[in-house]
Design a protein around this ligand. Structure first.
Ligand code: 3AL
Ligand code: ZN
Ligand code: ZN
Length: 424
């Protein structure tokens, strides 16, 4: 007898959505077929869709060191509530930042203790980072900031650091991810309004940085990923590079799709981010390229701060949006269920994480049980973050995650395991 049968759901598989049961033994899917024999445990999924649980490769849970901003316990619980079974934590804004082996070990210990879901750890590409140590520990890739990160102990990667770092990363078989904004262009001071913030970080600053990162990746043979692309034009550069054979992918985030500059004006600092939310022409083009399949996946870039840093005037407030819990439910309001599932799981393939992001025999039993007919209005009380704030509070969501399984288990602190990439 198998350990668990998830019975009677509409299952999102690589072959399409089928009405089937999912059998699970030792945390692994054993069968996907109608009318499986009984399991030791049975979970009724009648009327629900069973999706491969998401992998969010871009969150800042800030542990150790800034758990008063978020924390792995609360951040991973929020992800699980939103249908995700795994995340990759960015090397900042934890203290120490994950730029050497000792810092990796400290974060690993915290994550093993606190995480309700599986996790991978990014290493930081900063001047002086210990890249070999990070590679040996099993980082999922190296993250560089091409502009000021807003965090003192995480310096931006100047051209030499980025170019030489990519050359080393290529030798180590590591992918490099960049926050692509030009440092000099974004350092010009402006006023404190929302429009001043947007003007201080124009699309051209993003395009120049994406182009430069692609040039270095092409020259070094390094695998490249552009995080949080905010503009349709930015995605266009990635598509063009890929067409000539560069190994480059990109992501965008729900806030670049679902929030407008008017929303940011109304919401204030909880909707402040970098790059900023774009005006309609670039946002429309971003949607078009997403619908056209040019964007590999959608990530939250969940990056909250203490409430004090969000209580400042817009121009002085922390830039970063709380979004880990809402990515899938937002996407389900705009895409067919299999497309929403693809956008929240495809990172597993890009980063070489076997057994994740797909419902098929042999894969991890990472399942999100979702009611597609349970429209609801998001309340602050629904949020599992350390600080229950979100720019989407008050928003009408079309679907609701009812349950998430991590290798067949209910998410709880200590359940999460380290994910290491196998592609090198
Ligand atoms: N340091 C940090 O998390 N920054 C993030 N916040 C944001 O809005 N964009 C980022 O890159
Ligand atoms: Zn960033
Ligand atoms: Zn980020």
């Amino acid at each position: 007898m198998v350990d668990l049968v998830v019975r009677g759901g509409h299952v999102v598989t690589p072959a399409g959505v089928i009405d089937a049961d999912v059998g699970v033994a030792d945390g692994v899917i054993t069968a996907v077929a109608p009318e499986l024999p009984g399991g030791a445990r049975e979970l009724d999924a009648t009327g629900l869709h069973v999706l491969p649980a998401g992998l969010d490769p871009h969150v800042h849970f800030n542990e150790p060191g800034r758990t008063h901003w978020e924390g792995i316990r609360t951040g991973s619980a929020a992800l699980a509530a939103g249908g995700f079974s795994a995340f990759f934590d960015m090397p900042l804004n934890s203290t120490p930042p994950t730029t050497d082996g000792a810092a990796f070990d400290a974060k690993l210990e915290a994550a093993r203790r606190e995480s309700s879901v599986d996790f991978g750890l990014w290493g930081g590409l900063v001047p002086g980072a210990q890249l070999e140590e990070l590679a040996a520990r099993g980082v999922v890739g190296l993250k560089a900031f091409m502009s000021n990160s807003g965090i003192e102990d995480f310096a931006h990667a100047d051209d030499v650091t980025l170019y030489e770092g990519m050359a080393t990363a290529a030798q180590l078989g590591l992918l490099v991810a960049v926050h692509a904004e030009n440092d000099a262009l974004t350092a010009r001071s402006r006023g404190l309004s929302v429009r001043d913030w947007m003007d201080s970080r124009p699309v051209v600053a993003e395009l120049e940085a994406i182009g430069r990162a692609i040039t270095y990746a092409e020259a070094t043979g390094c695998k490249l990923h552009i995080v949080h692309v905010s503009s349709g034009s930015g995605v266009g550069l990635v598509t063009a590079a890929r067409a000539r054979g560069v190994d480059v992918t990109c992501e965008t985030c729900p806030h670049y799709l679902f929030l407008t500059p008017d929303d940011v004006e109304a919401l204030g600092p909880i909707a402040k981010c970098a790059p900023p939310i774009r005006d309609a022409p670039e946002q429309d083009a971003l949607w078009e390229r997403l619908r056209g399949g040019e964007i590999d996946f959608v990530t939250s870039d969940h990056s909250p701060s203490s409430p004090e840093l969000k209580a400042e005037e817009f121009g002085k407030a922390w830039g970063g949006i709380s979004g880990a819990q809402t990515t899938l439910e937002l996407l389900l309001g705009a895409f067919a269920v299999e497309d929403a599932a693809a956008l929240t799981t495809r990172a597993a393939a890009r980063f070489g994480i076997p057994g994740k992001g797909v419902i098929e025999p042999g894969a991890d039993a990472d399942l999100a049980l979702v009611d597609l007919d349970a429209a609801y209005t998001l309340l602050a009380a629904d949020l599992r973050y350390r600080h229950p704030v979100s720019p989407y509070v008050g928003r009408h969501l079309q679907a609701r995650v009812r349950r998430t399984l991590v290798r067949g288990r209910d998410p709880a602190p200590g359940v999460g395991r380290l994910l290491r990439p196998t592609i090198r």
